[in-house]
Design a protein around this ligand. Structure first.
Ligand SMILES: [Zn+2]
Length: 348
């Protein structure tokens, strides 16, 4: 019927998210290593930059998200938020939040803008810096090895920072629409060349490749990088992407994570925005835990515009759980993150 309301993107299948009996993991709390918890305000744009209202904004979105996270066992969340949001969030949530500073600048801004931003983040006590380097950022100069970013890495290293997160790559599917102009955006394999050069140049950092290194479609590629770079980690964030691409290859991904259990970090990529429903947050927590710790199988509850319906009537991809063993989950959910987030001590 044309006047039937569209189901929300967080639940297109009418799923009952209170069904959690298959989420059996209880051995430790869970750390969400990749999120965007910010101050929020009614002026937030649905697709605009996340956060930035600082002390003028409200912690309401963050409170909603973190309270729901606790229901899923999340005790600590690492967030990328604008520098001005850190103090009010820390005042409200204490150690439940840790911070990751995104090092960006506009193309026409001098390099000093990036260096000042780094200094501000370091003063605020971030545990990680992030170099967002998706192909769609290229025209804005946001390549992973832009000279001003390399200089930020040198300065961060001298300041004793230990962790650098990068977003390189994007779903394979995006090269079929958004990135067909490879002269402009590069091919997917080309995204990894400067990243690998940086890992060689800065072996002192733990490098975290966001979103399963940006390549859950190719576990063999992820394995080759883990073998070559002992300081490389991957986070599991970007729920729709991982559900869509991990589910069809659970055996390969299971094998990969079990061969390198110390190198994966649980993450959601949840973003707080003014007015987001509780179910939005619940959907991502539910899907992430279902994907990694269970053998649940069924249509993913979450809308996914990148899903093509190969010979099925399903609106969404099949979510098929990887069902990792408990000793591996303990590392992925908690221990690996705990190790990376320990304060640097003298002599380390
Ligand atoms: Zn993110």
């Amino acid at each position: 019927m044309s006047d039937t309301p569209k189901p929300p993107e967080s639940n297109v299948t009418g799923h009952d998210y209170s069904q959690r009996g298959h989420l059996h993991y209880k051995a430790t709390p869970i750390i969400d290593f990749h999120s965007h918890v910010t101050m929020t305000a009614p002026s937030d744009q649905a697709n605009g930059p996340a956060g930035g209202s600082g002390a003028e904004g409200t912690t309401a979105g963050a409170e909603t998200m973190l309270a729901l996270g606790r229901e899923f066992g999340i005790s600590q969340t690492v967030t990328m938020c604008p520098a001005q949001d850190i103090a009010p969030l820390r005042a409200k949530f204490g150690d439940a939040l840790l911070f990751n500073g995104m090092i960006n600048k506009k193309p026409d801004e001098p390099d000093d803008v990036a260096y000042a931003l780094l200094d501000r983040f370091l003063e605020e006590g971030v545990h990680i810096i992030k170099l967002w380097s998706a192909p769609r950022g290229r025209e804005r100069g946001l390549t992973v090895d832009a000279p001003w970013r390399v200089e930020c890495l040198r300065r961060a290293s001298r300041a004793g920072l230990r962790n650098v997160m990068v977003h390189v790559g994007d779903p394979d599917a995006w090269w079929e629409h958004t990135y067909t102009d490879t002269a402009k955006f590069g091919t997917k394999p080309e995204q990894y060349v400067p990243f690998q050069r940086l890992m060689k140049e800065f072996p002192e950092f733990n490098w975290i490749g966001a979103h399963m290194g940006g390549d859950p479609e190719h576990p063999d590629h992820l394995q080759a990088m883990l073998e070559e770079f002992p300081q490389l980690y991957f986070d599991t964030s970007a729920t729709k992407w991982q559900v869509r691409e991990v589910s069809p290859r659970t055996r390969e991904i299971y094998g990969l994570v079990c061969r390198f259990p110390g190198r994966f970090l649980f993450g959601t990529d949840l973003v707080t925005r003014h007015g987001l429903t509780a179910e939005h947050y619940v959907s991502r927590y539910w899907c992430q835990r279902t994907l990694w710790e269970s053998d649940w199988s069924g249509p993913s509850p979450v809308a996914d515009s990148d899903y093509k319906h190969p010979n099925t009537a399903n609106e969404t991809p099949t979510l098929r759980g990887v069902n990792l063993p408990e000793d591996v989950l303990r590392k992925v959910y908690f221990e690996n993150a705990r190790r990376l987030l320990e304060p640097a001590t003298a002599g380390n």
